[in-house]
Ligand binder design. Structure first.
Ligand code: ATP
Ligand code: MG
Length: 368
C-alpha cells in the first residue's frame, strides 16, 4: 500500500450453498480493482455465519461475527440458508435478516436495470429505457409483526403493521438524496414515486403524509404518489416512467421480486441494505442448493452488489475514483452480457462461474 492509500475493512459473509463459489471471484475482482487504483485498498475479514455454521456449532450468527461486522466499513454477503437445516420450530435460518434489524438497515435498495441483450420477459419496445431503483423499507411495516402475530382459538389470525415517523423520515430523506444523485449523474430525471395503499389503510396514509412533508424539503425532485396495485401494473406496462420507487417493507418485498422478474434472471439482481451507520451488499438470490458445488453459479449479481459497495464507500468517503471504478465495473458486466459469449447456464450459456468472473475482469481492464 502507498502512503496516500485508504484501506477499507470489509466484513465478508460467504454463507451457504453457492455463496462461497460466487464470493471468491468477487473478492478477486475487488482486489484487482483496488490494486489498479492505487488510492484505495481492501482488507477482507471472512466471518462465520449461516445454516452450515448452525449445523456444526448450534448458532447461525455468532456474536463475534456480528461485532466484527459492526466494526467494518462495509459488509459483503453472498447468501445464507439451506432447505434441510432449520431451527427446531421449523423456521428458516436467515442471519441476513437478523443483520438488517441488528444494524438498523432501513433502506433496501434494489436496482432494476435492463442491459442491452439482457433477456427480459417484457414485450415493450424500449427495453433500454428501463432503469429504476426500488427502495424497500426493511425494518418495520408489516414485517414488524414478525413473531408477534397471533391465531385466536384457531378461528382468527391477526398481524400488526408499524410505520414510525423516525424511520420514515430517514427513509424518505435517503430516497430523495438517491434521486438527486441519479439526476446529477444523468441516470434519471429526478423523480420519486411513493408506493402505498393510502386509500385503505391509516398506516399508509401516515406513510404518505410524511413522504409529502419530506418532498416539500426537496423541491428539486419530482414527488409522485401511487397505489401499489397500479404501480405493479405500470412496472410491467411502462416501467420507463419510474426513476426511484420508495415503499413499505411487505410491498417492497413483492415489488422487488417483480423487478427481478423484469430483469429476466435472479442471477443478475444486486441489492444493498443501508442504514445510518452500516451497509450490507448482497445479491437478491438465495443459496441455490440445487446447483451448489458445480461451479456453474452466475456470479454477476454478486459482482454487481460489490459494485454497489464501491459506489457507496466512494460517496461516503468522498473518493471520486471509487465511484468511477463502480461505474466501470458495472460497464464491464454490461459488456460481458451484451457480447453473450461467456454466460453461465441460467442465462443459456455453458461457462463456469470462474470464466464469467474472468471475462468481467478482462472487460474491466479494457474499459477502465
Ligand atoms: P431464498 O429462500 O434464500 O430466497 P430461494 O429458495 O428463493 O432461496 P434461490 O436460492 O434464489 O431460491 O434459487 C432459486 C432458483 O434460482 C434456483 O433454481 C437456483 O438454482 C437459481 N439461482 C439462484 N441464484 C442463482 C445464481 N447466482 N446462478 C444461477 N442460478 C441461480
Ligand atoms: Mg426466495
Amino acid at each position: 500500500p502507498t502512503s496516500n492509500e485508504k484501506t477499507f475493512e470489509i466484513a465478508v459473509f460467504d454463507g451457504d450453498g453457492i455463496g462461497p463459489e460466487i464470493m471468491r471471484p468477487t473478492l478477486d475482482i475487488l482486489g484487482e480493482v483496488a490494486g489498479s487504483s492505487g488510492t484505495f485498498g481492501f482488507e477482507f475479514q471472512s466471518l462465520p455465519a449461516g445454516a452450515g455454521h448452525y449445523r456444526d456449532h448450534g448458532i447461525a450468527l455468532p456474536q463475534s461475527s456480528l461485532d466484527a461486522a459492526r466494526e467494518a466499513d462495509a459488509i459483503l454477503l453472498s447468501a445464507m440458508g439451506l432447505p434441510d437445516i432449520r431451527y427446531p420450530d421449523g423456521t428458516e435460518i436467515a442471519p441476513q435478516i437478523e443483520l438488517r434489524f441488528a444494524l438498523e438497515l432501513f433502506a433496501g435498495v434494489r436496482p432494476v436495470y435492463l442491459r442491452p441483450g439482457q433477456g427480459s420477459p417484457l414485450r415493450i419496445a424500449d427495453k433500454g429505457g428501463v432503469d429504476f431503483v426500488i427502495i424497500r423499507e426493511s425494518t418495520e411495516g408489516l414485517f414488524a409483526s414478525h413473531g408477534k402475530g397471533e391465531v385466536i382459538r384457531d378461528e382468527e389470525a391477526r398481524e400488526t403493521m408499524v410505520i414510525t415517523r423516525g424511520v420514515s423520515e430517514k427513509l424518505f430523506d435517503f430516497t430523495f438524496a438517491l434521486a438527486r444523485q441519479r439526476k446529477e449523474s444523468g441516470k434519471g430525471p429526478g423523480r420519486v414515486h411513493c408506493v402505498d395503499k393510502a386509500n385503505v389503510f391509516q398506516a399508509f396514509a401516515f406513510f404518505r403524509k410524511i413522504f409529502l412533508e419530506r418532498a416539500e424539503l426537496n423541491p428539486d425532485i419530482e414527488a409522485q404518489c401511487a397505489y401499489v396495485d397500479a404501480a405493479a401494473l405500470w412496472m410491467v406496462q411502462r416501467p420507463q416512467m419510474f426513476d426511484v420507487i420508495v415503499t413499505e417493507n411487505m410491498f417492497g418485498d413483492i415489488l422487488s421480486d417483480l423487478g427481478a422478474g423484469i430483469m429476466g434472471s435472479l442471477g443478475l439482481a444486486p441489492s444493498a441494505d443501508i442504514g445510518s451507520e452500516h451497509a450490507v451488499f448482497q445479491p437478491c438470490h438465495g443459496t441455490a442448493p440445487d446447483i451448489a458445488g458445480r461451479n456453474i453459479a452466475n456470479p454477476l449479481a454478486m459482482i454487481l452488489s460489490a459494485a454497489m459497495m464501491l459506489d457507496w464507500l466512494g460517496r461516503e468517503h468522498g473518493l471520486e475514483e471509487m465511484v468511477t471504478a463502480a461505474d466501470a465495473l458495472n460497464e464491464a458486466v454490461t459488456t460481458v452480457l451484451s457480447s453473450g459469449e461467456c454466460l453461465t447456464p441460467d442465462l443459456g450459456g455453458s461457462a463456469t462461474t470462474g470464466e464469467v468472473a474472468e471475462a468481467v475482469l478482462a472487460a474491466y481492464r479494457n474499459g477502465s
